[in-house]
Design a protein around this ligand. Structure first.
Ligand code: NAD
Length: 736
């Protein structure tokens, strides 16, 4: 997708280029350049931007518009102008890659975008921006330079720059409050969400909604203004909506509180608020100058670079070298699920939400009823929160068929298994499915850790077996790890990736190993968090440091949420695989032995009150001290920086091994997994990107120190060492 383009554009004295096409012709279409043209319609002109697919503000577009406006101003026979976008949309922005070119020094200066908009605004004849599709970012900033704006009912307007760690950079934060008022402008710039045309009309951002033909409606609107005398309101000169200091202070205080909560750790939302505050306190020109400073700070920040990395990363993960885009796909019309527990229910909702009928099978009526009740309750909560209507809920519920047998499974195009985590049970189920499923049906397992090849071997069609690893709650979390077995057919992979999009998930293809990508890395991370506690950090120190780092939750609190008994059971099952002499964490097992399974038992690493608030528990602290001292572990306090290094570098070191083994295709695949499945802060770009921003030399050196101090589990990944020595990054790395 293309977004807003706000290059580093702070020159006021724009001198519009005259049309390169020679003298202005009074009839017919004139090309200002290859992207912008104008055509005479009686006494007015229609200026059209035609830069498919989204009329991006690429170099040439602003200049073309300015040149056209200069013609309008100069030609005495022209009385006004309408600007419209060709194709599906008004100006939606420009290629985000341009930002990277500026910050990497490839491109020194952008177009004088501010000057262009000012020259449009200074046109002595009335001008109208006619909006359909989206007017986002620079598109909205251009439209606000026009004297009037009209839009179709389906149009969307927004300043989404904060989603990329930026703020509007072409006076959007200065003109928007003058049109929309301070409160709405602050919300739009600080949160980045678009508003529909109806709201834009009420707020005063647009002047009319055009129900029929947009261009004709815009031309009629212009004629009406001309008949009234053709006033040319300059947005920058309006100040009637800028409010008073007392009311504004309350708005900014509330916005800052909200931004600190909803976009914890991010600088762009606060910068956007500050820029709007400047609009209310300073002259337009001084406000623009402040916006430019803040814009530059954001543009050159690690946060913006990380968010742009994530934006492209989500597209990159869809590219699989040996499964090209044109790989034929299987049709998915009907689905079936085995197991209506925590995961099965959520997965069924995903299918129903996408309009795909789904059968869900359980072993007992009680489990089935419990599963369906949870599904209904989840839907009811969504209806209560206004996400969709009760009618939509009933429609979705009607697509889910609960049952106790395999009836109808033979018609399913995909069957997903979500029964308890145990190899023997999974093998039995896949053996049964092999008997029932039609040839060509995909057999997917939601296992979190188990070997997909071993599961596939229980069938006569291992090429149709694949892992579909959803994350809890499966109807909410965006990640779908798609686990490729040795024999998995490419069509099955291509279909799974497309299905992920249909289910509104981000599908990331991974290789088969214990825990795949996400949980294999998580194991190292969680273990290190526990070692820190044994070495003297308190649980709240570890969780607090990582929360402040930006993680949605600290690892110990996550353990309490997920249930400590889950890991306990897995550890008992895999006890025979432990390497003798390798250090193992002790506390979690001891907590489970005390019946402290986490939130579900009201106590785990913390105690929980009736509102599920975690309260540090002296009993746990005493337990930790007793066990660790008894094991001869020296205890001391830890700084947040040490806690971050120990836990993050554990993730990164394991990530490097995963990358080298080819379990993940690229470093960015690991990042996208962590952002969408593990609450990693997007503005840090993911663990591998974070490592790159620190520098792999530093990470490697610390890992070596940890190895010396703590032993074999810190063995540096050979790839980390190689890249550190070569002065390279994970982002550069391509597996030979
Ligand atoms: P769960 O215990 O909530 O649900 C499992 C369900 O499977 C139970 O309701 C059980 O009655 C049912 N079941 C067992 N045998 C069956 C059979 N033969 N036919 C039909 N139903 C049967 O477990 P869960 O948390 O939903 O986990 C299911 C799978 O998903 C496991 O492999 C787990 O590792 C994986 N997983 C879990 C999570 C998580 O956070 N809970 C996340 C990702 C993956």
């Amino acid at each position: 997708m293309i977004f807003n383009c706000l290059f580093n554009l702070f020159r006021h004295n724009f001198d519009p280029v005259r049309s390169p096409g020679g003298p202005f012709k009074k009839e017919g279409k004139i090309d200002m350049n290859s992207l912008v043209s104008m055509r005479r319609d009686g006494e007015i002109v229609v200026i059209t931007v035609d830069n498919p697919p989204v009329n991006a503000l690429s170099p040439g577009v602003p200049e073309g518009i300015a040149a056209a406006i200069a013609e309008v101003a100069a030609d005495e026979t022209i009385r006004g102008a309408v600007l419209i976008g060709a194709g599906q949309t008004f100006i939606a922005g420009a290629d985000i890659r341009e930002f990277g070119k500026i910050t990497s020094g490839q491109r020194r200066e952008g177009i004088d975008f501010l000057g262009v908009i000012r020259s449009i605004e200074d046109c002595p004849k009335p001008t109208v921006a006619a909006i359909h599709g989206t007017a986002f970012g620079g598109g909205l900033e251009v439209a606000m330079g026009f004297h009037y704006r009209v839009a179709v009912p389906s149009a969307q307007l927004g300043q989404p720059e904060v989603k990329l760690g930026l703020i509007p950079g072409a006076a959007g934060t200065q003109r928007l409050p003058r049109l929309a008022g301070v409160e709405l402008a602050t919300r739009m710039c600080a949160e980045g969400n678009p508003i529909p045309a109806s709201e834009a009309l009420t707020a005063g951002i647009i002047d009319r909604i055009i129900e029929g033909d947009l261009l004709q409606g815009a031309i009629d609107f212009l004629h009406e203004r001309l008949a009234e005398g053709g006033a040319t309101h300059k947005t920058r000169e309006r100040d009637e909506k800028l409010g008073d200091e007392v009311a504004n202070k309350a708005i900014f205080d509330a916005a800052r509180t909200q931004a600190r909560k909803a976009a914890r750790g991010q600088m762009a939302p606060l910068a956007a608020i500050e820029a709007i505050e400047a609009a209310t306190l300073r002259s337009f020109d001084d406000g623009v100058a402040r916006e430019a400073e803040l814009f530059r700070e954001c543009l050159h920040s690690d946060q913006s670079k990380s968010l742009i990395h994530v934006f492209f990363g989500e597209r990159e993960v869809a590219r699989i070298p040996d499964v090209p885009k044109d790989t034929p796909q299987l049709e998915i019309r009907r689905a079936a699920i085995v197991g209506a527990g925590t995961m099965g229910g959520g997965i069924a909702m995903n299918y129903a939400n996408a309009g795909i009928p789904v059968i869900i099978r359980e072993t007992t009526r009680e489990a089935l009823e419990r599963g369906m009740a949870t599904i209904r309750r989840n839907y009811e909560n969504s209806v209560r929160r206004g996400r969709f209507s009760a009618e939509v809920m009933e429609k979705r519920l009607s697509l889910i068929t609960p049952q106790l047998d395999y009836d109808g499974f033979e018609e399913a195009d995909i069957i997903t298994e979500a029964v308890f985590e145990g190899m023997e049970l999974k093998k039995t189920i896949f053996g049964e499915l092999d008997q029932i499923a039609r040839p060509g049906a995909i057999l997917a397992s939601n296992t979190s850790t188990l070997n997909i090849d071993e599961i596939a071997a229980a069938t006569s069609r291992p090429d149709f077996v694949i892992g579909h690893h959803y994350f809890s709650p499966a109807n909410v979390m965006r990640l779908l790890e798609i686990v490729r077995g040795t024999k998995t057919n490419r069509q099955v992979i291509a279909t799974s990736m497309a299905l992920a999009r249909r289910l509104k998930k981000v599908g990331v293809l991974v290789g088969n190993c214990y825990g795949f990508v996400g949980n294999r890395m998580l194991h190292e991370y969680g273990r290190e968090a526990q070692f820190l506690v044994e070495e003297g950090a308190r649980p709240q120190d570890v969780d607090g440091a990582l929360y402040n780092f930006g993680m949605a939750m600290g690892p110990l609190a996550v353990g309490d949420l997920a249930g400590l008994d889950v890991g306990w059971r897995i550890r008992k099952e895999h006890a025979h695989l432990l390497v003798p002499g390798e250090r193992q964490p002790m506390i979690a097992d001891a907590l489970c032995e005390m019946g402290r399974y986490g939130q579900k038992t009201g106590a785990g690493w913390y105690r929980y009150d009736a509102d599920r608030r975690a309260i540090p528990d002296p009993e746990v602290e005493a337990l930790i001290e007793r066990l660790s001292t008894g094991a001869g572990i020296a205890r001391r306090s830890f700084t947040p920086e040490e806690i971050i290094e120990r836990t993050q570098y554990a993730l990164i070191n394991e990530g490097a091994k995963i990358l080298e083994e080819g379990i993940a295709l690229r470093a960015v695949d690991i990042d996208i997994i962590y952002l969408n499945g593990y609450g990693y802060p997007s503005w840090r770009g993911g663990p591998m990107w974070y490592a790159d921003t620190i520098g792999l030399r530093k990470v490697y050196d610390r890992v070596c120190e940890f190895h010396d101090h703590h032993g074999v589990h810190w063995t540096p990944a050979p790839l980390l060492r190689q890249l550190a020595e070569e002065g390279k990054s994970f982002a550069d790395y391509r597996r030979p």
